[in-house]
Design a protein around this ligand. Sequence first.
Ligand code: DAH
Length: 346
Amino acid sequence: MIEKLNEIKKLAIEEINSCDSEAMINNAKSKYIGKKSVFSEIMAGMSSLSVDEKREVGKVSNEVRNEITDALNEKLKNIKQDELNKKLLEDKIDITLPSKKLKMGSLHPLTEVRHEIEDLFISMGYDVVDGPEVETDMYCFEMLNLPKDHPARDAQDSFYINDEMLLRTQTSSVQIRSMLANKEKKPFKLICPGKTYRRDDDDATHSHQFSQIEGLVVGENVSLSDLKGTLELFAKKMFGENREIRFRASFFPFTEPSYEVDVSCFNCDKKGCNICKGTGWIEILGCGMVHPNVLENCGFDHTKYQGFAFGVGIERVASLKYGVTNIRDYFTNDYRFLANFDRKEI
Ligand code: DAH
């Protein structure tokens, strides 16, 4: 009898495990422990047993019944949970609605380019300094080796506020301010980004307001090759690793020698295209070795100290990078233009 009971238990557990509905569980229940089950039949045969046998069989039958009941309950619980999970999944209501898109602002392309240039020079140990947009004639011109009657002033028609004050025409004025401020701290390396103003008839390539980044390094043993290396790095960072630069002799009153620097055309790689006007090269900045007069004007012994300086137009760099053909686009704040620069929707 005991063997039979164990056999029933085995069969029952197997069947219970394969059930996957409440109805199947109910079937298994009546089949194995219900009134008309095999189990009941065995129990009915108990009366013919001795007292000891009854005790023995009774114990095992209780255990078997309990185990089958536990298995049934456990399985039923699992089946109900699975059904509930399935129902919850099927009944899931999507309460989200596509939202109205919010337009996120982004940095102005000129700011973006300025940051990029600043990051590069900061990584080379340069300070980023500021200077006033309303400047003295003395700092903007005179101390930069452009006395009052110097013909080179004609190239920078200016907005004068009175005889001695004007809106700065170039960030080069900050060279003077920095040299005066850094007499005790040599060597020094700095860049100065900022707005500049010239009287100009505005058109696609001229604006009465624009922005420049001035660079200045002063110390002992500063050479032209330092300037070349620095500007080559700048050109590669801004216009691509394969760029080359070339120096063309030029004239600026505050540098000697002076150069204009061209970068090999990023569009045609020197073959000649409409961006480089067929020459393969694009002019990007002016530079040179700080003129001895300028060093002396600021109290530096030019036989001991040298410097290099450069000035870059931010609009020029941005226009080349982004293919902007009308400088006015930077200032009119037309959303259709600005939206081209990483404006995100959320
Ligand atoms: N200030 C010059 C300009 O606005 C650009 C420039 C040329 C800056 C040579 C410099 C330099 O520092 O060395 O046209």
